[in-house]
Design a protein around this ligand. Structure first.
Ligand code: PMP
Length: 396
């Protein structure tokens, strides 16, 4: 493939590397338009839960596409019903709405909570969210997010998202008033720097919600679908949220997300929520294949084995190079650096020859790892070896 400069210039700017174009991917490996291979430790921000082009997902989509691509958004279809059934069977939720992105699923969660507030809490509408959180790039989800700078660039914000501090229940309780309808959090803050919510904090949030009649919303767009070593991250804490959103891994690379709710909260009626592509059978067929893989015997055990390998490998590197340890849950982990050379390591990894590696540094003092859930032991070992060499190179 030739690099197409005219085409690149015709795109709105969404990348810092417009010259890097990938043309092929298989498992944990990507290939760019020059034929260079990259070991992928971010998998499109945890999207490709089963690596690039997983065979069973591709086959399920091709079969569905050849049978029926889109009956009409006005009707249910077989894969969307099957996927809704599988999600409800494996979670504490009763109802599912399929969205096209994590941001759209969260937008739906906010709407659902607000409607519930109109119906049951005299118009309460405020949703307490958290500093450094990330919920998407629609106007409401940006307003819900605790990302610095966004409050002014796209002003005015959507009203009603006071920000508390993660793992600090007093900071949450101080914000609750008669207009509060819900508390919304990522069980592991992803973009914020891979910071898990403590199980005790999750339990305190549930108690606070029960005490004041609030809904607990978990944004599992990044932490869900096996990423943290359980099917859904809330399951680590023993608490049952009222609403959960899913995205990224649920479609293994295609645009699919979900809004899940308990029956008692599920108050959307025909016309409240929806759109042309919601629940499209080709993407929900991908979701069914993903759920079947994740719930197959032994799959989550192997995710936890790889997570342990990654955690131990990062700890060993930390000890060797005098870094500040590692943290995370399952295969969503971060290496904490002792200086702000995360971006330099990401750059060096990409530029490495003959094979590169894709890393991510959501904050300059850390590297985030989100490999395929089915990454091989060998590929993960190789990634850790390359990382060791990169630290030596960048710090020499
Ligand atoms: N919520 C969380 C926790 C996320 O990590 C992301 C994406 N990084 C989103 C929502 C937004 O998802 P999408 O990009 O699919 O809209």
């Amino acid at each position: 493939m030739q690099f197409d400069q005219v085409g690149a210039d015709a795109l709105m700017e969404i990348t810092s590397r417009p010259d890097l174009v990938f043309v092929r991917g298989q498992g944990s490996w990507l290939e760019d338009h020059n034929g260079k291979r990259y070991l992928d430790m971010i998998q499109g921000w945890a999207v490709n839960a089963l690596g690039h082009s997983p065979k069973n997902v591709v086959e399920a989509m091709c079969k569905q596409a050849s049978e029926l691509m889109n009956p009409s958004p006005a009707f249910y279809n077989a894969p969307m019903m099957e996927l809704a059934k599988l999600i409800t069977q494996h979670s504490c939720f009763d109802r599912v709405f399929f969205a096209n992105s994590g941001g759209e699923a969260n937008e739906g969660a906010i709407k659902l909570a607000r409607k519930w507030g109109q119906l049951h809490r005299q118009g309460a509408y405020k949703i307490i969210t958290f500093e450094h959180s990330f919920h998407g790039r629609t106007l409401a989800t940006m307003s819900a997010s605790g990302k610095a700078g966004w409050d002014t660039i796209f002003a005015p914000q959507v009203d009603g998202f006071p920000k508390a501090k993660l793992n600090d229940i007093d900071s949450v309780r101080a914000l609750v008033d008669e207009k509060t309808v819900a508390i919304m959090l990522e069980p592991v803050q992803g973009e914020g720097g891979v910071i898990p919510a403590d199980p005790a904090f999750m339990q305190a949030l549930r108690q606070t919600c029960d005490e004041f009649g609030l809904l607990l919303i978990v944004d599992e767009v990044q932490s869900g679908m096996g990423r943290t070593g359980k099917l859904f991250a809330y399951q680590h804490s023993g608490v049952e949220p009222d609403i959960m959103t899913l995205g990224k891994g649920i479609g293994a690379g295609v645009p699919l997300a979900a809004l899940c709710a308990k029956e008692s909260v599920s108050c959307f009626e025909h016309g409240d929520q929806g759109g042309t592509y919601n629940g499209n059978p080709v993407v929900t067929a991908a979701g069914v294949a993903v759920m079947q893989t994740l719930t197959a015997d032994g799959f989550m055990q192997s995710v936890n084995e790889r997570a342990q390998q990654l955690s131990e490998g990062l700890l060993a590197l930390s000890a060797k190079w005098g870094l500040k340890g590692e943290r995370g849950q399952g295969l969503l982990r971060a290496l904490i650096l002792d200086r702000d050379d995360g971006p330099a390591l990401v750059e060096a990894a990409r530029n490495r020859n003959p094979e590169g590696m894709l890393l991510n540094s959501p904050r300059p003092h850390l590297l985030r790892f989100m490999p395929a859930l089915n990454i091989s032991k060998e590929d993960l070992d190789q990634a850790l070896q390359i990382l060791d060499a990169l630290i030596a190179q960048v710090r020499s």
